[in-house]
Design a protein around this ligand. Structure first.
Ligand SMILES: Nc1ncnc2c1ncn2[C@@H]1O[C@H](COP(=O)(O)OP(=O)(O)OP(=O)(O)O)[C@@H](O)[C@H]1O
Ligand SMILES: [Mg+2]
Length: 971
């Protein structure tokens, strides 16, 4: 510690100290002290006494000076206490304070300044001793004058550099020599005690760049510091001696070296020399010794003062640190404050707060000053390793004077690497545990580029500082926790409040903002999948995502909240969280939050995000349900408005809340009226009965007749009543069925008519059937008659003509032959007619030969195909089929102009199907209808026949594409 470190004073005691430095005699010193203490402390009276030595109780006190009043109050016991070792004692108005060999009686006086004075007590004591010593050793006038002049000149300054330079200058000038310096002995690095070579120098008359000093051999050391003598060097005399070697650099002709020491402890030397040979007198030596003594006192004073100041500053600083730390409630600020104050208080080149990780085994740097960011990032210290690791593990201060040479090795791999490469930048390191309530939460490290400059006292101060810092950190942490909770609950509350806008649903941007706030994020996005009625919805906070961004995020959705790494976050953030918004089993959206500057979100934040997403889901589902309900209500209303039925809604007391237009048309304006009142209207009497019935058995229906005023007819209403729960209202649906009943009557009448028509048709059918049968029988009879009778008569006539012709010749024979030929033609004609009327082949051989015969008779070349098991059918069926084919082939011959025709008979299980096809001109249904109207009933007759026989007929023909007739009969 050098004088340069002592800051300026602002103490009320400063004038006192300045004045005391001037005091040349013990009485002057005591008088000034008494007067100043009176002045500064506002005391009634002050007395300064000299304590007897060595035994305090053996001899009486010697009063040196006093001023003020009330000194009779002086308490001998207090004085005894103070003399016995208590630095300060008070009783009532009276206090006693000890300063070295002095005792101060103070009557009255403010305690604050007295406290400060007490801090200065050692200094006062020493100053007094200095004056005493000076008085004892005061020599000739020149010496006294010189020293006094010097002391005056310095005016009580405590600036060591200034003091010592002035001492050197005074010494040189007083002796009339060229150069002088005060050199302080370097502390021995091994023991910390002063060594034998001067280090820091305060010069006069040397070149500016002179920074060397002198080495002091053992003999000179003994003379200087053991015996307190000044040494005179004369080049001419001492040339070649060890001393000459020690002074080689300075190379003086004459030099005087005097010791600087205080309380037997060597401090340095005052050196004065000349490049000329000068004779040195005894007086000169006294002068140098006096100046050296004065310089020693100055150094001692300054150091003590600096010590005191530093202690006071430390205490002050600690108090301030406490206040500052307690007032910085944010963790980040607290870390900053801790680091800043640590660097300031202990003069470290760098410092860092290490945080114990949740695993309880690793420490990482949470905040640092003066360390490279690589150091901060890569330092992962194992508990128990390195300086900080050991400090945290043992929960005690670990200080290493020189880490590079004597340290415990690096705590982290990174530190070890630096050490191995010789690139580790620090030497002195202190590790301090940060502990709160018996729990260590991390460590504070102080780094010095030089060997550790802190003494035991400063280290214990550092321990106190660390404890205070830990408390502040813990407080800030608790505070932040509190703030975070508050923020979370505020955000959640805000979200709950958003639900008030039930119908529009929550404002998504605001929801996104609140979610971001709740999890302490910076940017956020809320996406909702489209509901049945709408497009997808997006709410954002501090983000403008593209549709692709949203798609990419959707691809990242899992079942629960997740952290996203840089690859999957939106641009600009290294980590983020994503959580699905789920309604039951369905994912209806997503919430994304990131914080560009922050590390990956904690489990707690993830859990919180889930709660938020659930809240969002709840309010979105709710509003969507409400919207759906509204839509549905609108739909139902629309239905009710457009319905022909009467729809009336009444509340539990029967007041009509809603009546649809159909009701209003029929019953007038009934909204707001009570149904029970309505029912008392005479025209609603019947309705009332139904109503009562319905009231007794809700959910039931009834039918009633209503006579509505103004209408001449009676209304028939079908009424259904249902109770609407919850709320107990009632819904009435009534239908006017008067029209319906009219319609029903009409339908019944028509049905009767149809029935009657059917009966008539049936009669007609049976008549037709009988008629056809009779016709067929008639045809058979005529055919048989023609065949059996007429044809036989004609054959007999023919034979007679043949016999007659045998007797004729010539012309007559020829005419007879002609007659015979005509007759043969007639016989053939009769036979063919008889066959056509009723071919015997049908009765004799059955359907298929009869069809073969028909085919052979047709003009159009016709083939016959048979499929299935040939069998005989009932005669009626065979006759029907024959007649149908006969008519069909007749049509082909007459209308079709076909090249060929075909008859296909297919025998199936219980059915026979005949298909008649030709490749002729074909015809249209229209054509057939026209022909039928013109009296051509061939096709109509066929249809009737087949129907009578219980079969069916299908006619397929297109003009130009031939015709097909297909008919089936059972059999
Ligand atoms: N195979 C066919 N090819 C072309 N046209 C036909 C054929 N069969 C019926 N037609 C048309 O259908 C009309 C109705 O036939 P339908 O047998 O009912 O009467 P018609 O043969 O003209 O007279 P009718 O049979 O009473 O002697 C015919 O006039 C003819 O124009
Ligand atoms: Mg016909």
């Amino acid at each position: 510690m050098t004088g340069a470190d002592v800051p300026g004073r602002a103490s009320p005691w400063a004038p006192l100290l300045a004045g005391l430095a001037d005091a040349q005699t013990v009485p002057a010193f005591a008088a000034l002290l008494a007067e100043q203490v009176m002045l500064v402390t506002d005391a009634h009276g002050v007395r300064v006494c000299l304590l007897p030595r060595p035994a305090p109780d053996a001899a009486p006190l010697t009063p040196l000076a006093e001023c003020g009043r009330g000194l009779a109050l002086c308490d001998a016991q207090l004085a005894q206490e103070v003399m016995g070792g208590v630095p300060r004692a008070t009783r009532g108005m009276h206090g006693a304070l000890r300063a070295g060999p002095l005792l101060l009686d103070v009557v009255g006086g403010r305690s604050g300044p007295l406290d400060d004075l007490q801090d200065l007590a050692p200094l006062l004591g020493l100053a007094f001793e200095g004056v005493q010593a000076r008085e004892v050793r005061r020599g000739s006038g020149r010496e006294q004058e010189t020293v006094t002049r010097l002391v005056r000149r310095m005016g009580g300054s405590l600036d060591l550099a200034q003091l010592l330079s002035a001492t050197a200058e005074t010494a040189a000038q007083a002796l009339g020599l060229d150069r002088a310096f005060v050199g302080l002995l370097n502390p021995d690095p091994a023991t910390g005690s002063p060594g034998t070579r001067t280090g820091e120098v305060f010069t006069h008359g040397f070149d500016d760049d002179f920074s060397g000093g002198v080495g002091i051999g053992p003999a000179s050391y003994e003379r200087l510091f053991g015996r307190g003598e000044a040494i005179v060097y004369e080049h001419a005399r001492d040339q070649g001696s060890r001393m000459a070697a020690g002074l080689a650099e300075l190379n003086p002709e004459t030099a005087i070296i005097a010791p600087l020491k205080v309380r037997g402890r060597p401090l340095g030397v005052l050196y004065v020399d000349s490049r000329r040979a000068v004779s040195v007198t005894e007086d000169d030596l006294w002068l140098v010794l006096s100046l050296a003594e004065q310089a020693s006192l100055n150094i001692d004073n300054a150091r003590l003062y600096a010590d005191e100041t530093r202690k006071r500053q430390s205490a002050e600083a600690m108090r301030e640190v406490g206040n500052r730390l307690a007032s910085s409630l944010h963790l980040g600020q607290t870390y900053e404050a801790v680091l800043e104050r640590a660097a300031e208080l202990f003069g470290s080149d760098a410092c860092a707060v290490y945080e114990l990780q949740p695993d309880g085994r690793t420490l990482t740097i949470r905040s640092a000053v003066g360390l490279s960011s690589e150091y901060v990032l890569r330092s992962r210290v194992k508990l128990g390793a390195g300086v900080v690791g050991r400090a945290v593990e043992r929960a005690e201060t670990v200080a290493v004077r020189d880490f590079v040479t004597e340290g415990p090795g690096g705590g982290s791999r990174y530190t070890r690497q630096l050490l191995a490469q010789g690139r580790y930048p620090f030497r002195g390191i202190v590790g301090l545990p940060l502990g709160v309530r018996g729990r260590v939460i991390g460590g504070l490290a102080l780094y010095f580029e030089r060997p550790l400059p802190l003494g035991a006292e400063e280290l214990s101060l550092a321990g106190v500082f660390a404890a205070q810092s830990a408390l502040a950190i813990e407080n800030a942490r608790l505070y932040e926790e509190e703030v975070r909770r508050e923020r979370e609950s505020a955000a959640l509350l805000g979200m709950a409040r958003l639900q008030d806008h039930e119908h529009e649903g929550p404002d998504l941007h605001e929801t996104a903002r609140l979610a971001v706030q709740a999890v302490n994020g910076e940017r956020g996005l809320l996406w909702l999948a489209p509901d049945e009625a709408g497009d997808e919805e997006v709410g954002v906070h501090a983000l403008t995502p593209t549709p692709e961004d949203v798609l990419a995020l959707r691809a990242q959705l899992g079942r629960g909240p997740r952290r996203l790494t840089r690859r999957h976050t939106l641009e600009g953030s290294a980590s983020a969280l994503i959580v699905p918004v789920r309604s039951g089993q369905d994912t209806i959206g997503l919430l994304y939050v990131d914080h560009p500057g922050e590390e990956s979100p904690s489990d707690r934040v993830l859990a919180l995000s889930r709660a938020i997403a659930d809240q969002v889901a709840l309010s979105v589902t709710r509003s969507r349900l409400l919207r759906a309900l509204e839509r549905q209500e609108a739909r139902y209303r629309q239905l009710a408005e457009g319905a022909h039925d009467l729809i009336i809604a009444a509340d539990a007391r029967g007041t009509v809340q809603y009546a649809n237009p159909a009701s209003l048309r029929l019953l007038g304006a009934i909204e707001g009226l009570n149904l029970h009142d309505l029912l008392r209207d005479p025209w609603l009497t019947d309705f009332q009965t139904a109503w009562r019935h319905c009231l007794d058995a809700p959910e039931s229906g009834g039918r009633c007749d209503l006579r509505v005023e103004g209408l001449t007819r009676t209304l028939h209403l079908e009424v259904r009543l249902s109770s609407v729960s919850p709320g107990g209202g009632m819904l009435l649906v009534a239908r006017d069925i008067s029209e319906l009943e009219l319609l029903l009557g009409e339908i019944n009448r028509r049905a009767d008519e149809m029935e009657r028509a059917d009966e008539r048709q049936l009669e007609l059918r049976s008549f037709l059937s009988l008629f056809t049968q009779a016709q067929e029988e008639e045809r058979g009879r005529i055919s048989r008659e023609l065949h059996d009778d007429t044809a036989q008569v004609l054959v007999a006539i023919g034979r007679r003509i043949d016999r007659l012709a045998r007797d004729l010749n010539g012309d007559t024979r020829a005419r007879a032959d002609d007659i015979r030929a005509d007759l043969n033609g007639a016989i053939e004609g009769v036979r063919r007619f008889a066959r056509n009327l009723r071919p015997s082949v049908l009765d004799d051989l059955g359907l298929l030969p009869a069809l073969e015969w028909l085919a052979s008779q047709a003009t159009t070349p016709t083939r016959l195909e048979i499929q299935g098991n040939e069998r005989r059918l009932p005669p009626a069926s065979e006759l029907t089929l024959f007649r149908m084919v006969q008519e069909g082939l007749g049509n082909t011959d007459r209308h079709a102009q076909a090249h060929t025709a075909a008859i296909r008979v297919v025998f199936q299980g219980s059915e026979v199907t005949v298909t008649l096809t030709d490749d002729g001109v074909g015809f249209s249904p229209e054509q057939a209808r026209r022909q039928a109207q013109a009296g051509h009933l061939g096709l109509t007759g066929m249809r009737e026949r087949v129907l009578l026989a219980g079969g069916r007929l299908e006619v397929r023909s297109v003009p130009g594409e031939g015709s097909t007739l297909e008919f089936s009969l059972p059999g």
